[in-house]
Design a binder for this molecule. Structure first.
Ligand code: PMP
Ligand code: GLN
Length: 390
């Protein structure tokens, strides 16, 4: 992220400029390049779900919804949790609807962080994590996920825990790497949380984009039910990223903690969209299966395409992102490469370096989003074939 150069902003926020996603989408707009940068689908979710939002507006669901979210949506969230994970939540005391996962993460951090409390997360990390930790007055400590398989050192994770560590902020499936944390890794992370009395904040927005096996929520691991804030969102699962309907599932006291901060951020949001997502969560298995099958095909198309161009490609196990290494074509600087790519090839990607504290580890990595129409992905691959070695 660029230095903001803002003379008014507080010191802990100085390292944050415009988000890379906004910067790169603006570049796609001005150059007319194919936007494989920011992660949003180029086709909307189910028409019948969109119609429900329209009906909700027509039916007068246009004023503030209840603070926790509308009852029907909270019930659908608990239903979804038991249907997919066999997890049992009380819709009256353990579910909170938020303005996307972004607000849920920010509210969790704002609510639990004392000044200089440490939050551990894995790098590369989704950009809002660093900013939200800073806004909350916390300090981030990162543990690196190493290419090619994005494994990490368990010892390094344990050693990064100090007396000031408050929480581990975990994202699985993981953006930008596409890593899905294994049962063994989750078991070890859970054991550390218990041993050192840490809260786990789990960002699971890609829960329905696990390509092999099933999504494993950390909250279901031994002794994690009472110390985990489980977060998800409708944006990715139903291809309505602009609706910003997210949620938190946690035991009553922890849910209340998050709610205390959340109510002073947005208070509530998206009343008509809450009505629509309440029904989306109840869609038959066929919807979720087709969504996944479609995305696997797109993953394969783009991953093979990037390989054919001569880029080392780290095929993701989840999410809708694939990372490639430009080093294999002789390039060194991912940021510069991405700034030039619209002009040289008519394609936009995101430089992963912005998601790293250890910049040298991310310098040559770039991320492409494949949640786009097949024709567009094919066209992008064709354009990338014209890439020349440095
Ligand atoms: N977490 C991760 C890992 C993401 O990739 C995103 C982007 N959708 C978010 C959170 C934000 O989700 P939302 O749009 O629901 O706020
Ligand atoms: N989550 C999306 C991505 O990683 C972007 C969302 C945003 O722009 N904040 O590309």
């Amino acid at each position: 992220m660029a230095h903001s150069g803002d003379p008014f902003i507080k010191e802990s926020m100085r390292e944050f400029g415009e988000t890379i996603f906004a910067e790169m989408s603006a570049l796609a707009e001005t150059t007319g390049a194919i936007n494989l940068g920011q992660g949003f689908p180029d086709t909307d979710g189910p028409r019948e779900i969109a119609e429900l939002a329209i009906s909700a507006i027509r039916d007068g669901h246009n004023q503030y919804p209840p603070g926790l979210g509308i009852e029907r949506l909270r019930e659908s969230i608990t239903n979804h949790q038991s249907r997919f994970y066999d997890l049992d939540f009380d819709s009256k005391t353990e579910i909170l609807v938020t303005a996307g996962a972004t607000e849920a993460i920010a509210a969790s951090l704002l609510a639990i962080c004392e000044p200089n409390d440490e939050i551990i997360t894995f790098e590369p990390y989704y950009d809002s994590y660093a900013a939200s930790i800073a806004l909350a007055g916390g300090i981030r400590r990162v543990v690196t996920l190493h290419t090619p398989d994005y494994s990490f050192s368990f010892d390094e994770l344990e050693q990064s825990i100090t007396k000031r560590t408050k929480a581990i902020l975990l994202n699985s499936p993981h953006n930008p790497t596409g890593k899905v944390f294994t049962h063994e890794e989750l078991t070890q992370i859970a054991e550390l949380c218990v041993e050192y009395d840490l809260i786990a904040i789990c960002d699971e927005v890609y829960e329905h984009l696990v390509f092999e096996g099933n999504h494993l929520p950390l909250i279901q691991y031994p002794e994690m039910r009472d110390r985990t804030i489980q977060i998800s969102s409708a944006g990715k699962t139903f291809s309505f990223t602009g609706w910003k309907i997210g949620w938190v599932c946690a035991q009553p006291a922890l849910l209340n903690t998050v709610r205390t901060a959340k109510q002073f951020l947005t208070y509530v949001n998206g009343a008509p969209f809450q009505h629509a997502i309440a029904e989306a969560l109840l869609l038959p298995d066929e919807y979720f299966d087709n969504f996944l099958t479609d995305m696997v095909a797109k993953r394969d198309l783009l991953s093979r395409g990037l390989e054919s161009v001569g880029l080392e490609t780290f095929v993701p196990q989840g999410t809708y992102f694939v990372t490639a290494d430009i080093k294999t074509l002789g390039y060194q600087d991912g940021k510069e490469f991405c700034l030039n790519l619209p002009e040289s090839c008519g394609v936009v990607a995101v430089p992963n370096v912005v998601f790293y504290d250890n910049k040298d580890l991310g310098d040559t990595l770039i991320r492409f989003a494949f949640c786009k129409r097949v024709e567009l992905l094919e066209e992008a691959v064709e354009r990338l074939q014209t890439l020349e070695s440095a």
